[in-house]
Unconditional design. Structure first.
Length: 182
């Protein structure tokens, strides 16, 4: 018998100064049994970095051919495709053919460098793709904030991210491995 996803609730307040995006989001996150707290919290970080009223979580790890997060325009076309972790290079190329923009938020320390060195040659040519690394100390600190019910805040300004809850704050500087259009 397969285990069911665990449901987490988050009240997320986002202040993205550079994009003039401010909002409060009531989120329900289904965490697949094989998903770690670290991965779930990186998904929440990815939501905050791309926050909008039309951004939604995908169905999860058990669903192939669907991102961790996505945003559709009014016609139903995929405007943004967002994956966290170290996705298969073939899946990233496929996503670039389906979406207006593709973002990958990689995490995992040394594994990120190994993944990027292997996939870089084929992914560098994709103009719609951006790839950023969440440093290991930051992703692990985010994992400590995971709780079934969370009140979180995220402030983004000039490339600096402050993500936290009522007791803890984590300062995050993403490492840009590839910018879109580059």
């Amino acid at each position: 018998m397969a285990q069911k996803s665990t449901i987490f609730k988050a009240e997320l307040s986002v202040a993205d100064i550079g994009r003039s995006q401010y909002g409060d989001y009531s989120l329900t996150i289904a965490r697949h049994p094989s998903e770690t707290d670290e991965r779930m919290m990186v998904r929440l970080l990815a939501f905050a970095l791309n926050a909008s009223d039309s951004l939604a979580f995908g169905k999860g790890l058990s669903t192939e051919d669907e991102p961790d997060l996505w945003q559709r325009d009014l016609t139903g076309a995929i405007a943004s495709w967002i994956d966290v972790g170290l996705p298969d290079e073939k899946d990233v190329r496929k996503a670039c053919g389906r979406a207006g923009a593709v973002h990958v938020y990689a995490y995992g320390g040394r594994a990120v460098a190994l993944w990027w060195n292997k996939a870089r040659e084929r992914l560098d040519a994709l103009p719609r793709l951006s790839v950023s690394e969440v440093p290991m100390d930051a992703s692990r600190a985010l994992a400590t904030m995971a709780a079934r019910s969370m009140g979180l805040h995220c402030t983004i300004q000039d490339g600096s991210i402050l993500f936290g809850d009522s007791a803890t704050s984590v300062s995050i500087e993403l490492v840009v491995l590839k910018a879109a259009g580059a």
